[in-house]
Design a protein around this ligand. Structure first.
Ligand code: URA
Length: 206
């Protein structure tokens, strides 16, 4: 492992290129993975922060392009947003997985050490994009931006102050995978709650 080096005065493409070589935590050593950096406009009023790329995102090199991303797109559409207008990234930029008996790569939640190692990249992205609102999608993103005591159930659905000096507000909600994993009998209700949280972010648009 090596200390994370954020190039000074870099723009997003330069940051992304530097992050591709990051050796800041053990996830860089996992076979067959790559850094999946954020995507979207250089400046946007809204940034979405997820957990980490999944298997499909790792293969394609783009955040939220698998099933969770499809659900996210649907929910964004319901609140009048198009993904192309928002900056989308993750708290951790590598796919953490384990293997079972077969070739399938099984998602593993990143640990605090992965979140902490990757945090300078997230801060650098947000400092450049300068969103007015940052939507925290789930516990890992919350841990990165609000600390290890973050709890989605306690903090979701209300605007919270962002990092000092950023001028941003934070809005925490569920991770879209939590909607996909919800008991089918409750899934519509869980999805409606997710959309409702996104509406609060839209209502706060400057
Ligand atoms: N889940 C995430 O948190 N991020 C992605 O990019 C995909 C799935």
């Amino acid at each position: 492992m090596q200390p994370v080096h954020i190039p000074p005065r870099a723009d997003l493409p330069t940051l992304a290129a530097a992050a591709a070589d990051c050796q800041g935590c053990d996830l860089a050593q996992l076979p067959g993975t790559r850094t999946v950096f954020g995507v979207g406009p250089a400046h946007s009023w809204l940034a979405l922060v997820g957990e980490q790329p999944g298997d499909i995102e790792d293969r394609r090199g783009v955040p939220f392009v698998g099933p969770a991303g499809k659900l996210l797109d649907r929910a964004l559409g319901e609140v009048g947003l198009d993904r192309a207008e928002v900056y989308t990234t993750n708290a951790v930029k590598h796919f953490r997985y384990r293997t079972g008996n077969g070739p399938r790569r099984i998602h593993q939640t990143p640990d605090l050490r992965h979140v902490t190692a990757c945090r300078p990249w997230l801060s650098a992205e947000l400092n450049l994009v300068r969103p007015a609102i940052v939507v925290i999608l789930g516990a890992t993103a919350g841990m990165s931006l609000l600390g290890p005591s973050f709890r989605v159930t306690k903090m979701r659905g209300r605007l919270l102050p962002g990092p000092a000096g950023s001028g941003a507000q934070l809005l925490a909600t569920l991770h879209p995978s939590a909607v996909l994993r919800a008991d089918p009998a409750r899934r519509d209700e869980v999805y409606a709650g997710f959309v409702n949280d996104l509406r609060i972010a839209v209502a706060a648009r400057p």
